[in-house]
Write a protein that binds this ligand. Structure first.
Ligand code: FAD
Length: 603
């Protein structure tokens, strides 16, 4: 039996983005030993890319805001498919988590009288997003890392987990490899927290980086945990589309929050053409009112550009499909027009949106203070994920916890911008606390060497196959296929084709051939990531086929309306005894009367 570099902790956290770091800090604060593993260098998680802000009803800019309004906005945005308890905890606890971050050293933008400044974002009734220009994620990660340094957390960087270890019906650790050396590592832990982020790399056009291959979702599924709401993939309305090398890179919603408008190739502000019934009362019916809203006029309603992401993305797709798009297949997002309204507008734009200013200047040779940006939808976020208990974040397998983007429940059918960063803080903390508690109540369990040998053989098999394909090609074909057949507008015929294509891609992925050795070998890493991408792609496709209605981010052109008859349900996926994906519809539990009352009051 080969020997493995082995580490033992009370709590192992897989993922060092906002959720993982916050969980690790909390677990450590509860007096247990904590190991933290991440695929890339510490500080390079996805969270660092977050731009627009953290949603929290601090009510510093508009005193009408409070947790109840935030709760109602989150539920409306999620088309009421959200887990009500999670939405309640999130809205109630987000302000405290933000203030805690500030106490740990985060420097947020301020109001003139020195309070934390909050900005407008789609679907949020009042200005609610705490931010640092358009670099909020960087400040969040910097603060969490700085704070975490003093907590005695052991960090394992550039290490990918490939398997969760299970014994006695619970998760007891994880198996992985060092990306640089290719050596295998074993972690034993009394509790494991998954905080691995999203699945964006299953699609060709995405704002997500190479790390987002759905690892946590797949690890949990194979360990017997349930996945939920996998059909709900968020396509952010505004990604860069030109030049091709930058296609998909995010253009923050903050641009629209600061007054940016969407135009088609005829110069028409098309978002006024289609306002969903749920939002008619809250949406401006003329341009002047929309502008006043972005400038803080409390009597004005939000401009239609700040409707929820699912709706804005579909309106953009409609303009493009009906021939009113730009030459490169997008629409125009214009912030430079505010020159007509504000003195010193160019300085104002550079100050409020420094990242966007540099991003367009450097990557597309566009000066956004003078020219409009070309934008189109990009795969951004997954609302679905590992099913967890609302209070403790424990998955349906004991000893396994999940937080952040890889967990399901809070966002329902569509996430509001800014609600992810607050999700990471609120539920990262909770996952850390309850995993520590679980660790204190359970003993450490090791696992036989035979099992570990089997995991290492499985990981190394790609060096021995006779296949002709390489992992990059199969991954690219998968991304093309998901983009074309299970994208923003879906139908049954396409998705049945996707199911067939997935079978072929699985066969090819099982036989990809990796050359070279184990030391930093991207072909090998991609071969391993591919297995996760295929698992999550299958889950998304099967759940999207199962939901025969259009709801939130899931749009079926063959079922364009909501199915009122079958009522609200979640689609839950688990691994059958035979290893298949088993799907079931589960009726949504009734909301407690006091939460339902809040929703009714705010309608
Ligand atoms: P991440 O921050 O992605 O961290 C995942 C971690 O898991 C990483 O450390 C990774 O290395 C590790 N990992 C993954 N797989 C493995 C494995 N197999 N083994 C070991 N480690 C692994 N949301 C907002 O609320 N506001 C915003 O303004 C905002 N802006 C955004 C801008 C961009 C460009 C993008 C892409 C997203 C934005 N989001 C925003 C969404 C938000 O940033 C993410 O949803 C959030 O950061 C996810 O955090 P996380 O902690 O769940 O995962």
């Amino acid at each position: 039996m080969p020997s493995y570099d082995t580490h033992t902790y009370d709590v192992l956290v897989i993922g060092a983005g906002g959720a993982g770091l916050r969980a690790a800090i909390e677990a450590s604060a509860h007096g247990v030993s904590v190991g933290l593993v991440c695929k890339s260098l510490l500080g390079k998680a996805h969270t660092v890319m977050a731009e627009g802000g953290i949603a929290a009803a601090l009510s510093y800019v508009d005193d009408r805001d409070n947790w109840k309004v935030h709760f109602a906005d989150t539920m409306r945005g999620g088309q009421y498919l959200n887990n009500g308890r999670m939405a309640e905890l999130h809205a109630k606890e987000a302000p405290e988590r933000v203030l805690e971050l500030e106490a740990w050293g985060a420097l947020f933008d301020r109001t003139k009288d020195g309070r934390i400044l909050q900005r407008n974002f789609g679907g949020h009734k009042y200005p609610r997003l705490v931010h640092v220009g358009d670099r909020t994620g960087l400040e969040m990660i910097r603060t969490l890392q700085d704070h975490g340094i003093y907590q005695g957390i052991a960090v394992h960087m550039e290490c990918t987990i490939t398997t969760l270890l299970k014994e006695e019906g619970r998760v007891v650790g994880a198996f992985g490899y060092e990306r640089e050396k290719g050596r295998f590592l074993v972690f034993f832990a009394k509790a494991v927290i998954l905080a691995t982020g999203g699945i964006g790399r299953a699609y060709k056009i995405t704002s997500n980086s190479w790390e987002y291959t759905g690892d946590g979702h797949a690890l949990a599924f194979h360990a017997g945990a349930e996945l939920m709401d996998m059909e709900f993939v968020q396509f952010h309305p505004t990604g860069m589309i030109w030049p091709p090398s930058v296609r998909g890179i995010l253009v923050t919603e903050g641009v629209r929050g600061e007054g940016g408008i969407l135009l088609n190739n005829q110069g028409r502000r098309f978002m006024f053409d289609d306002i969903p019934a749920l939002y008619v009362n809250q949406t401006a019916d003329n341009e002047e009112e929309g502008w006043r809203y972005t400038q803080g006029d409390k009597n004005a309603r939000r401009p239609p550009e700040l409707l929820t992401r699912d709706h804005v993305a579909r309106c953009i797709v409609r303009e493009i499909k009906e021939g009113r798009g730009t030459a490169h297949g997008g629409v125009l997002l214009d912030i430079s027009w505010i020159k007509k309204k504000l003195p010193h507008a160019e300085d104002h734009i550079r100050k409020k949106l420094p990242g966007m200013y540099h991003q367009f200047l450097k990557l597309a040779d566009i000066d956004i203070t003078r020219q409009p940006m070309e934008v189109g939808p990009t795969t951004h976020y997954i609302m679905g994920g590992i099913r967890v208990d609302a209070d403790t974040q424990m998955a349906t397998v004991p000893g396994l916890f999940a937080a952040g983007e890889c967990a399901a429940g809070l966002h329902g059918a569509n996430r509001l911008g800014g609600n992810s960063l607050s999700d990471l803080l609120v539920f990262g903390k909770r996952a850390g606390e309850y995993a520590a508690q679980f660790a204190k109540e359970n003993k450490s369990v090791t696992i036989s060497g035979e099992h570990l040998d089997q995991y290492s053989r499985e990981a190394l098999r790609y060096f021995e196959t006779e296949g002709a394909d390489n992992s990059f090609q199969v991954q690219a074909d998968l991304q093309d296929m998901m983009q074309d057949l299970v994208g923003i507008v879906r139908n049954e015929a396409d998705m049945l084709r996707a199911v067939e294509e997935l079978k072929k891609l699985k066969e090819r992925a099982a036989n990809v051939r990796v050359t070279g050795n184990r030391e930093f070998n991207p072909g090998w890493h991609t071969a391993l990531d591919l297995q996760n991408l295929l698992t999550v792609s299958e889950a998304v496709t099967l759940a999207a086929l199962e939901r025969k209605e259009s709801l939130g981010a899931h749009f079926r052109e063959d079922y364009p309306d909501r199915d009122e008859k079958s009522g609200k349900f979640n689609i839950v996926i688990r691994k059958s005894e035979e290893g298949w994906m088993e799907l079931r519809q589960e009726a949504l539990p009734e909301l407690p009367a006091e939460l339902q009352h809040i929703i009714n009051e705010m309608k």
